[in-house]
Design a protein around this ligand. Structure first.
Ligand code: ADP
Length: 253
């Protein structure tokens, strides 16, 4: 079943009489339920624009975006805000945790905002705290735990409302390579055990190699894609080959 359907998506920046930039030029993508997919591409290829459009932060010039069968283009702002809160999960490079709340409270927050029952909030939160092995830090505050632990907390917060899909924007960008691997392994674990769907925008081949499919964007279109055949190392090698072909940016390996 399709979770995300993107058809012929176009985004042109620039008002009348200004220089126009076609950031997305007829992009098509289908993401099925239970996929763990990476989006890669050189700087300026349209990744951020794409993420902003599929999360409803910005509106397309033309084209269609459906999430779980619902077209998000035609929704009112109010409806979209509720849809985003209930159906989408977000993970960012900068963790974005609230320093005045404990780790456990940060995770609960989306459910509190959604006025869920206390019993359900406690159950979902504690389940994730156990799965992500952050029981020993749950009463600490974000500034007292490591970057990797903060990002694990942010991933729990993104998952607590059981969204249809989680969008992650450079989720390992602020982490050392050990913590990066660790975060991607948790994505893999949640994907396998709970069939959670993740779309991860990353410029790091290592992070992308933990996914099952890697889509390369260039000049605002899907340029090519590869699917995991064997193990992570084999996918990693093929990602490097694709990046060498696409070019446009130096990648840290
Ligand atoms: P990426 O995230 O892959 O680096 P972006 O989506 O940020 O790519 O950018 C795609 C293209 O759109 C680039 O040419 C960029 O300069 C342009 N662009 C992005 N945001 C804006 C904006 N707000 N106004 C004008 N041009 C923009």
């Amino acid at each position: 079943m399709s979770i995300l359907e993107v058809k012929n998506l176009v985004k042109v920046y620039g008002e009348v009489n200004q220089v126009k930039t076609k950031a997305l030029d007829g992009l098509n993508l289908n993401v099925n339920n239970g996929e763990l997919i990476a989006i890669m591409g050189p700087s300026g290829s349209g990744k951020t624009t794409f993420l902003n459009l599929i999360s409803g932060i910005d509106t397309p010039s033309s084209g269609e975006i459906k999430i779980s069968g619902t077209s998000i283009n035609s929704m009112s702002n109010e409806k979209l805000a509720i849809f985003r809160r209930q159906k989408l999960g977000f993970v960012f490079q900068e963790f974005n945790l609230l320093d005045s709340l404990s780790i456990r409270e940060n995770i609960m927050l989306p459910m509190i905002l959604d006025k869920k029952k206390v019993k359900e909030i406690n159950r979902n939160t504690d389940e994730l705290i156990n799965l992500f092995e952050i029981n020993d830090i749950k009463n600490k505050y974000p500034y007292n735990v490591s970057g990797g632990q903060q990002q694990r907390t942010a991933v729990c917060r993104a998952l607590v409302n059981q969204p249809s899909i989680v969008f992650a924007d450079e989720p390992t960008g602020n982490l050392d390579s050990k913590s990066s691997k660790n975060i991607m392994e948790y994505f893999g674990k949640m994907n396998k055990e709970r069939n959670s769907t993740f779309l991860v925008v990353t410029h790091e081949p290592l992070a992308a190699s933990f996914c099952n499919r890697v889509v390369f964007i260039k000049d605002g279109q899907v340029h090519m894609e590869i699917v995991k055949k064997h193990d992570r190392k084999e996918l990693f090698e093929r990602i490097l080959d694709c990046l060498a072909v696409i070019g446009g940016e130096r990648y840290d390996i």
